[in-house]
Design a protein around this ligand. Structure first.
Ligand SMILES: [Zn+2]
Ligand SMILES: [Zn+2]
Length: 546
């Protein structure tokens, strides 16, 4: 397999609160798992995201709590970063656009490229206006019913069906601040006429392996003429429009979204003027961009930004777009206002990140809404302790009692029975982690049955005291099979995987790009493998709960 460069992105959350398990179960876990797997298989990965600090949900939240919006954005973005770090899913760069003036440069650069090439148009759009608040209302400043599916919604993309709302399209609109019904006024906006790219978008999206609901959504959306996508709007909280006569107008954060990724990539590389800037990477036709996002961000990632890349003519189009549906808590929607949420930063203090990651992967809302259930999580965690933790300990126990802690050594010949079985499992896992067929659920299920199978054999041989069969060949075979499981578990359970491997004397260097470590190449027990003095796997502390 050829080594490629990947840009893997996780959709930016609004820093108007911490991240709860619902947020973490989606784009962040998915992009982290894929990035780890791609690195294991020898590819170069830039895993980026950022806090959407320019979102209009930030000043709305700030007004509610009587705080300066810049402070609100900063505070929550920091907290999000801690939550992500707690779950071992912090991207290589989680950028904070408002903290770095270079973000504005990246946004202006892209805007002016499009403007100067005549790709953007000035149009008059009809928008909602609140007389009482003297404000043109936008996204978070509005509530009403989706023009497409009728569910309660803000003024932008529908959370339920993903449909983009026309600027005056929401039914039964109300001002979020005063509750009054708004009037409709004209507003000059700079737009991208997305309709020009509809045919090209259809062709392009045929090459992307979308999941079923996104596939249907795109088909329905592209069957009819597309509305202009607004780049600018009246406002003060955001990046100003860099053109004379447009004072008091800002560049919409939805447009700037793709710039957020570019900016994040840029800062990772050392800035726009570095030897190989974020743009250099994104313009390289060999680069593969993979987006992870919630279904409600599908329009921006699959339609608006690809059209923008086509208009701009140098940024490569995403190779894959992976969506998720909503994740619930005990069968009900997560709700910050009702306190129905489990916050990442708190949960990771009490629970091993690997156990949480495994459960979130196993219940991942890939094609339908799924839910976190506390009792099932506890049961699943105990199970992990048995199938993963105990297997390691029993194996180490046999190596100690019969071979003084040194795994019997055999030069590589035909793989033993267990190793051959394990290799089949590894191949199936590779399919679950593959970019085109990526599935956290399949990966977690596959990993679980792999562990159950390994555990039963290890437990049986341990109980019967048969580890010396074949002059140690059986134990060697079992250890090889088990270590394949350990390496293949790394994308989902990195802490456990690394600690067990280290214990078995394996070098762990997965953070390095370009070094292939996926099972068949990395697990090599032909050298001296001496098991460490004490095995403390990160899952062991759940023993007491059994
Ligand atoms: Zn809708
Ligand atoms: Zn109002």
């Amino acid at each position: 397999m050829e080594n490629k460069t990947y840009v893997v992105t996780a959709a930016p959350p609004n820093p108007n609160g911490d991240l709860h398990l619902g947020h973490l179960s989606g784009p962040f876990l998915g992009s982290d798992v894929l990035s780890r797997y791609l690195r294991q298989t020898g590819h170069r990965v830039h895993h980026v995201s950022y806090a959407d600090e320019h979102s209009c949900y930030v000043p709305r939240k700030a007004a509610e709590i009587g705080e300066d919006p810049h402070r609100t954005a900063y505070r929550f973005a920091q907290r999000m970063e801690r939550s992500l770090a707690g779950g071992n899913m912090l991207p290589d760069r989680f950028a904070h656009p408002k903290q770095d003036p270079r973000h504005v440069e990246v946004v202006h650069d892209l805007f002016l490229r499009l403007w100067e090439r005549g790709r953007l148009e000035v149009r008059t759009q009809r928008v909602f206006h609140c007389e009482t608040c003297d404000l043109n209302l936008y996204e978070a400043e509005l509530t009403g019913l989706c023009q497409e599916c009728g569910s309660t919604n803000g003024g932008m993309y529908c959370e339920a069906c993903g449909w983009p709302q026309a600027s005056d399209g929401l039914a039964e609109p109300r001002c979020h601040f005063c509750g009054e019904a708004p009037s409709i006024v004209d507003e000059e906006r700079i737009v991208l006429p997305v309709e020009r790219y509809r045919k090209a978008l259809r062709n392009y999206l045929d090459s992307v392996d979308l999941r079923p609901r996104p596939r249907d959504f795109i088909k329905a959306l592209l069957a009819e003429p597309l509305e202009d996508a607004a780049f600018t709007r009246r406002g003060t909280y955001g990046v100003p429009v860099p053109l004379p006569g447009w004072e008091g107008h800002i560049i919409d954060t939805w447009f700037a979204g793709v710039c957020g990724y570019l900016f994040s990539l840029d800062t990772l590389q050392g800035g726009m003027n570095s030897e190989r800037s974020g743009r250099d990477i994104w313009e390289d036709p060999e680069t593969a961009v993979v987006h992870f996002l919630g279904f409600d961000c599908l329009y921006s990632h699959a339609v608006f930004w690809p059209a923008l890349c086509m208009a701009e003519e140098s940024l490569v189009l995403p190779e894959q777009i992976v969506t998720n549906e909503f994740y619930q808590l005990e069968g009900l929607k997560f709700s910050t206002s009702r306190g129905h949420a489990i916050w990442g930063s708190e949960f990771f203090e009490e629970h091993a990140a690997d156990a949480v990651r495994f459960y979130l992967a196993r219940t991942s809302p890939e094609t339908e809404e799924t839910s976190f259930y506390r009792q099932r999580f506890d049961a699943a965690t105990r199970e992990l302790g048995t199938y993963f933790g105990d297997t390691a300990e029993l194996l180490v126990g046999m190596v100690r009692r019969s071979y003084a802690g040194r795994i019997p050594r055999f030069d590589a010949a035909a793989p033993g029975k267990y190793t051959a079985m394990a290799q089949e499992r590894v191949d199936r896992l590779a399919a679950a982690f593959d970019v085109r067929t990526f599935s956290l659920r399949s990966a977690a299920e596959e990993l679980r049955s792999f562990a159950v199978e390994t555990y039963s054999e290890v437990f049986r041989i341990y109980s019967l005291g048969q580890e010396t069969a074949g002059g140690g060949r059986r134990l060697h075979d079992l250890a090889e099979a088990f270590l394949r499981l350990v390496v293949a578990a790394y994308p989902i359970m990195p802490t456990w995987s690394e600690s067990v491997l280290r214990h078995f004397g394996a070098e762990v260097s997965w953070s390095l790009d370009g070094l292939r470590t996926w099972p068949e190449a990395s697990v090599n027990l032909t050298g001296d493998a001496l098991v460490g003095p004490e095995l403390r796997t990160p899952l062991a502390r759940y023993r007491g709960q059994r």
